[in-house]
Write a protein that binds this ligand. Sequence first.
Ligand code: APR
Length: 249
Amino acid sequence: MTDDELNDALDRAARWLRAAKSVCVLTGAGISAESGVPTFRASDGLWEGHRIEDVASPDGWDRNPALVWQFYNARRANVATVKPNPGHFALVALEDRFGDNFKLVTQNVDGLHLQAGSRRVLEIHGSLRQTRCTVCEAVANRGLEPLGDAPECPQCHGRLRPHIVWFGEGLPDDIWMEAMVSASECDALLVVGTSAVVHPAASLIPIARRKGATVIEVNITRTEASAYADIGLYGPSGEVLPKLLQRLE
Ligand code: APR
């Protein structure tokens, strides 16, 4: 996309957003790329040297929970060193503009949207900061402290697992319903930094579109979402989103 094409697309996107009464945003790993959090599908099926099915699936957990915890403790330690980038902050400004008519649905587990100051956030794939007891199901926020290879529930001493939705697992019903309602009812859906290949998250895009929302894609490249996008803003989200917000002021 040339600079002129991007500027033209930004102008059109800003016009749609000015006319919109409600906005829903779906984010993926790309929005955190400029913060230094690696994306998933850039890495050849490997995730920091591990096969995804070994560290992010119920089977991998059953085979080797200590390996899973080593992997998640490393991700937690990495996230402790990074900061939200201008893309995250632009979405805070967008929320300020729309208030209760705004929802941010994120597939990311890095917590950077909350750290930036976004409040109406649905973390549909869970959070690196949270643990869940495999026995009593209690969910706890443990921040980013190291948890060791076999952390136990402080209440019942059951084995704790990361409170993350792994491949082959369903999304929490209540959070997913809220995400569906937001996507179905919004006037504009902003799709930022996701390859849009993981379902059901990606199905929010056709759902919003079918219900009449304008779909605006922000990504460094075209994706599975592009077929549904009325407007494509192709560039790094840390640059494109602040430019979009500037045009709304
Ligand atoms: N700005 C915008 N987009 C970017 C940037 C950037 N600076 N850098 C990368 N991207 C885009 C890539 O082009 C790609 O489309 O971000 C997207 C990242 O895609 P994935 O790595 O597939 O991440 P995501 O879509 O979030 O994956 C969904 O899959 O692995 C599971 O549960 C995990 O939540 C995750 C889900």
